[in-house]
Design a protein around this ligand. Structure first.
Ligand SMILES: Nc1ncnc2c1ncn2[C@@H]1O[C@H](COP(=O)(O)OP(=O)(O)OP(=O)(O)O)[C@@H](O)[C@H]1O
Ligand SMILES: [Mg+2]
Length: 357
């Protein structure tokens, strides 16, 4: 796959700010639209740094401003205030040719795929290369064939979009986004139109491409499950405000803002409601215990229960993964024995312990 490797980066423009250069940097960026002669705010002033090579998720409800934020990165929208810097370059300051050049480095995939219906799969993938005047016919054909092979559609080059499933269409969209060997991939609700199984396979493909080519991926979604599977960090948008941001495991396991808590609750809707277990009646303390990494599978609870003679009633919980990290989050009713010693023991074992009502 040597052919697909990223072009050597052009000389980086010197960073204007101190500290290491950030690949994508929103500096006090706001965006409003004019609707019926009135200014309507889509994004309130926000600062955001997306590091080189990370998978950065943005979650929010419909109308929260997710697409607006994404479109500011590749200059499809211009900020109403502040600056969007990509690799030290102010996107809004570029002229037409400069912006076209920059966009070649920023691939994008869409919820509804945006394929050209009258062109074959191969022609769709070749389109950005032809537009950029990138290579002769033979090199374009070779690159298209490699890209289609990479996304698992080697046998579909001459099909038309209407002959493909949703998942296959998105794979064509991904191949097209990668055609010019970008260093950034923007994903706007890329799996929202797909069933859960196809969603999982498209997310695996994006994750594989991210690892293989070292891309920076910015992905927007309204599903916490998508964030959990693939992202390193996440930002939560609510009515144009950036309300929470952090490592996915931290935000997911300990959400602070009410909007984030609702997203997590939606994901965990099948959790047993607290109080459903019979032992709850005699409980003296209810706690939520979060374990991460290897301690998830260690017999921590059994040991502490034995040592402290505390009964651990299980009220609800989940054992799952966040990207590559295993976690367990359990709601427990503690009764009898030395409860304080049990809480100390849990904390010493690396668990985060929170009292719940
Ligand atoms: N071109 C436009 N003109 C006027 N208003 C717009 C325009 N684009 C977006 N908006 C408004 O800005 C706000 C944010 O829109 P945006 O498309 O960024 O939301 P979103 O989070 O992507 O929503 P969805 O999940 O439905 O795609 C909305 O209130 C929307 O109506
Ligand atoms: Mg949108």
């Amino acid at each position: 796959m040597r052919f697909l490797r990223r072009r050597p980066c052009p000389a980086k423009v010197a960073a204007i700010h101190h500290g290491p250069p950030r690949l994508i940097h929103f500096e006090n960026v706001r965006k409003s639209y004019r609707v019926d002669g009135r200014e309507v705010a889509a994004l309130h002033p926000l600062d955001l740094r997306i590091e080189t090579g990370e998978v950065f998720g943005i979650i929010g409800r419909s109308g929260a401003g997710k697409s607006t934020l994404l479109r500011l990165i590749n200059g499809l929208e211009r900020p109403s205030g502040g600056r969007v810097m990509v690799d030290g370059v102010d996107i809004a300051a570029l002229d037409g040719a400069g912006l076209r050049g920059k966009r070649r480095d920023i691939g994008m995939i869409f919820q509804h795929f945006n394929l050209l219906a009258a062109k074959t799969v191969a022609q769709n993938v070749a389109f950005p290369l032809r537009l950029a005047g990138d290579g002769n016919r033979a090199t374009i054909e070779r690159r298209v064939a490699e890209l289609l092979e990479r996304v698992g559609l080697g046998a579909y080059a001459n099909h038309y979009p209407a002959q493909l499933s949703g998942g296959q269409k998105q794979r064509v969209g991904i191949a097209r986004a990668l055609a010019c060997a970008p260093s950034i991939l923007l994903c706007d609700e890329a799996t929202s139109a797909l069933d859960p199984e196809t969603t999982a396979s498209v997310l695996r493909l994006i994750a594989g491409i991210h690892r293989e080519f070292g891309l920076t991926v910015v992905l927007i979604t309204h599903e916490m499950d998508v964030i959990r599977r693939i992202c390193d960090r996440v930002a939560v948008l609510d009515a144009g405000q950036l309300v929470e941001m952090g490592e996915v495991a931290d935000v997911f396991l300990h959400p602070r803002h009410a909007t984030t808590q609702r997203f997590v609750q939606e994901y965990e809707h099948e959790e047993t409601p607290a109080g459903a277990a019979g032992s709850a009646a005699s409980a003296t303390r209810r706690i939520r215990v979060t374990l991460r990494g290897e301690s998830v599978h260690a017999p921590v609870l059994a040991r502490i229960a034995r040592d402290t003679r505390v009964d651990f009633g299980l009220l609800g919980g989940r054992v799952d993964r966040i990207k590559d990290t295993a976690y367990a989050q359990l709601t427990l009713a503690l009764s009898g024995g030395d409860v304080e010693a049990a809480l100390r023991g849990l904390r010493e074992a690396g668990a985060v312990v929170e009292e719940v009502a």
